[in-house]
Design a binder for this molecule. Sequence first.
Ligand SMILES: [Fe+2]
Length: 185
Amino acid sequence: MTSRKEAIRALHASGCSKEVIQHCLTVERIALQLAKQILSRGHELDLNLVRIGALLHDIGRSRTHGITHGVEGGKILRRLGLRKWTNFAENHIGAGIPKNEAVRLGLPARNFMPRTLEEKIVTYADKLAEGNKKVSYRRALESLKSDLGEKHPAVRRFRRLHEEIRKLSNGGPAETRTRDLHLSS
Ligand SMILES: [Fe+2]
């Protein structure tokens, strides 16, 4: 098992900037709040996997801030013997990237979609973290739309991810309730 301290040490040792580390700590906080809410609804998940996955998801930003930072993060984690968390780095970009889009983007020809509940929570929490600040789902959705365009498939994927997390955590009406989750800073 990798501890929180070891994960943070790995971020420093790989050369992540102070800003990246702050962002990872913010994603950790948001992801743990979501995970605890989901746990309280009787669903099963591994809190330590969420915590360490959130801390390590952006370790590839020590090499690049481009779209390959997920794949680069996976390589770093494999080299460090932290194979268990490679998926968190590789599959968190956008709201996940399917194989056909990965090819178009020049990424390796495979599926980069978050698969486990723990990976989905970290991917979603990352979208709610603007730098080291937590923003609402609506704000995150608007940012994504203005970055990529309303019709970009990542917008649809983020909506779907939001719906999935919302159903698991509170079961309220669509697209509004995440702000009601206990996610205040
Ligand atoms: Fe990232």
